[in-house]
Write a protein that binds this ligand. Structure first.
Ligand SMILES: Nc1ncnc2c1ncn2[C@@H]1O[C@H](COP(=O)(O)OP(=O)(O)OP(=O)(O)O)[C@@H](O)[C@H]1O
Ligand SMILES: [Mg+2]
Length: 618
């Protein structure tokens, strides 16, 4: 007889999360279009009327708030669906009681009753399917929008986080957080919207109906619920901890992978492909181990829950059967009770499942929050003002700085550069020359002393305006995966095409751009891989040439150039830095000779002040 029971309601959303967890977990590519960005200030409260919200909701907070109507609509549709699911056992029960059991001749035609019951069953199932579709669309659509906004916020945050933080964080790890972890957080949001309310409503509804029908049966059926609840609470802790390990290990794998991919040239050149595969393999196996452990923890509850629920159903069947035999219950009513029991167990299962999904989402939400959190970032002070125009001087005043506390790089570093002056910074490798330039740009903040521009501490300046005062040619030319022209224009947001081409000509980019397939419009590939080292450097110099900033910072601009090209570049630097203040790091004697002054950094404390080596500039 139990075989004739109406099918339990399909938990389509639970399946939906399971499906979604697959592609998201593999870090599917993210969309770039983003509806809106949020700020730290938007990171909403962690509690509502004293109740702790799941971390996945808090982290997705501002974006989730914007999608609240869609999530509420999804929840509403699923609650409606619950109503229909509760009606579903009735057609069969009525058919059983009236078409077969009720032998009276005065009753309705049994065939008509059967036909009506069948039609009602189909209609109910159809309506439930439509509601499923509507709620799935609303919830998943909202989740994707939340995901896009969350990724945008995270990306914006990573762009402004301190380089100290970036120095520690590997880019693959970040990508993993932006894709997989955001996906897991969204699973939590969808689960909350489509499961919590409907499951709770369903639970209360079924309980009320069961008690109305047969309180004794209801109590027997309910007895198993506390057992499951206790199990779910324990599971939640275990799942969260297993997922945290799994996510951390996956992040490490992503970090190692990007590192090896970025260095594929070195790997091949040194014949280390086997070694690279071994490094990858170790990480890969570690991920496999922790993922298998996490799956094991997650799956372990299924047989326990099934057995506990089956025991509940069996008890109800035995006691209910006796009630039917004693005439207290009709067969149809017993069927309804058993069907409701399944319907009772379905939200119980749903809620335990929700607890597991939230545990996973929570593990990922912690990793997302780490990215969004404030750190020792170089932040604008509340009363930050535009940086001075650099009319008088730049002054490094007894500057101290270290990347790691135990290893100071600069101590008591003192240097004045007058406006219009060209100063060359010399010193052995690793002494801190590039670091001095980075501090002036405020890529890092000084630990001691001050850096002043026209008497104003750079920490009191608005970062954006501060960086507009400098044109910078870094030691490692950082090129983007963009065209030559776009890479040059990066140096000045107001650059015109003519300005870009003129800068290209001055920095001798013309020479090779003419031979590229699309000239200045040739894409350069990741990191400018399609150019030689010297060509990349010239693009970086063109970037400084297109800038109108009053001060130019050059870090080994002629390194990796042949003497002839270097002479051309020196000429370009000389012409593009006329009337500008220049801080130059170079070991190239020819280039150093354009400086008004050479300052030598040494490891003695305080660093040796520069001697005037070449006053005859220009
Ligand atoms: N991101 C970083 N994290 C930790 N330590 C760093 C970092 N960047 C540089 N250092 C350390 O700081 C010191 C100074 O580095 P810096 O790049 O300023 O040297 P440099 O004088 O420019 O050397 P080179 O002539 O080789 O370019 C070095 O000892 C280096 O190991
Ligand atoms: Mg350097």
């Amino acid at each position: 007889m139990p075989n004739a029971l109406p099918a339990p309601p399909a938990r389509s959303f639970h399946h939906a999360w399971d499906r979604r967890a697959g592609p998201r977990s593999t870090g599917s590519p993210t969309r770039v279009v983003v509806p809106r960005c949020t700020t730290d200030a938007d990171l909403g409260p962690t509690t509502v009327v004293g109740m702790k919200l799941p971390l996945s909701l808090t982290v997705a907070g501002p974006a989730a708030r914007a999608q609240f109507p869609a999530l509420a609509a999804a929840a509403g549709l699923v609650v409606l669906r619950v109503g229909l699911v509760l009606l579903r056992p009735w057609p069969l029960a009525l058919a059983v009681d009236h078409a077969f059991d009720d032998g009276s001749a005065s009753g309705p035609d049994p065939l008509l009753v059967l036909g009506l019951a069948a039609a009602a069953g189909v209609l109910l199932s159809g309506a439930i399917g439509l509601l499923d579709m509507g709620s799935l669309r609303a919830a998943e659509g909202a989740a994707e929008r939340i995901g896009a906004a969350l990724r945008a916020t995270m990306f914006q945050r990573t762009m402004t986080r301190s380089l100290r933080w970036h120095d520690r964080m590997r880019s693959g790890e970040l990508v993993s957080r932006l894709t997989t972890d955001v996906g897991r957080v969204l699973d939590g949001v969808v689960a909350l919207a489509t499961s919590f309310l409907p499951d709770a409503v369903m639970l209360v509804g079924v309980l009320a109906l069961l008690f109305a029908f047969d309180p004794e049966l209801a109590l027997i059926g309910l007895a198993v619920v506390p057992v499951l609840a206790a199990f779910a609470v324990r599971q939640r802790r275990l799942i969260k901890s297993a997922q945290q390990d799994a996510r951390a290990e996956s992040g490490r794998l992503a970090g190692t992978t990007t590192d090896l991919l970025r260095n594929v040239r070195a790997v091949q050149a040194f014949g280390r492909t086997d070694r690279a595969s071994a490094v990858f393999g170790t990480r890969n196996r570690a991920v496999l181990d922790v993922e298998l452990r996490a799956i094991d923890v997650d799956a372990r509850w299924t047989p326990v829950a099934d057995i506990v629920l089956a025991v509940g159903s069996a008890l109800v069947l035995v006691v209910g059967g006796r009630h039917v035999l004693s005439g207290a219950l009709t067969t149809g009513q017993l069927l309804v009770v058993l069907a409701y029991l399944r319907d009772l167990y379905s939200p119980v299962r749903g809620l335990t499942r929700l607890s597991a999904v939230l545990a996973k989402a929570g593990a990922s939400a912690t990793r997302v929050r780490d990215v969004l959190d404030n750190d020792e970032a170089v932040v604008d002070r509340p009363n930050a003002r535009p940086a001075p125009r650099l009319i008088h001087e730049v002054h490094f005043e007894r500057v101290g700085f270290s990347y790691e506390a135990a290893h100071p790089v600069l101590e008591d570093f003192d240097l004045r550069i007058a406006a219009g002056e060209t100063v060359c910074l010399l010193g052995p490798s690793g002494i801190g020359k590039s670091t001095a330039l980075h501090l002036l740009l405020r890529l890092y903040d000084v630990d001691a002393g001050r850096i002043l521009i026209d008497g104003v501490d750079v920490r009191d300046c608005d970062q954006r305006s501060l960086r507009e005062r400098f044109a910078f040619v870094p030691q490692d030319p950082w090129l983007l995966d963009a065209t030559v022209a776009e890479n040059i224009a990066f140096g000045n947001q107001d650059a015109t095409r003519a300005g870009v081409v003129a800068a290209g000509r001055a920095a001798l980019v013309d020479e090779f751009a003419g031979r590229l397939p699309q000239g200045y419009d040739t894409p350069l590939g990741e990191g400018g891989v399609r150019l030689s080292g010297g060509q990349r450097r010239r693009v970086a110099i063109a970037r400084a040439a297109v800038s109108t900033a009053p001060m130019v910072l050059l870090d080994e601009p002629t390194a990796s150039l042949d003497p002839e090209s270097a002479a051309g570049v020196i000429e370009a630097i000389r012409s593009t830095t006329t009337n500008r203040t220049v801080l130059l790091v170079t070991h190239d004697r020819a280039l150093a000779s354009i400086a008004d002054r050479v300052v030598t950094l040494s490891s003695s404390r305080p660093p040796a002040r520069g001697q005037l080596q070449n006053a005859g500039r220009r």
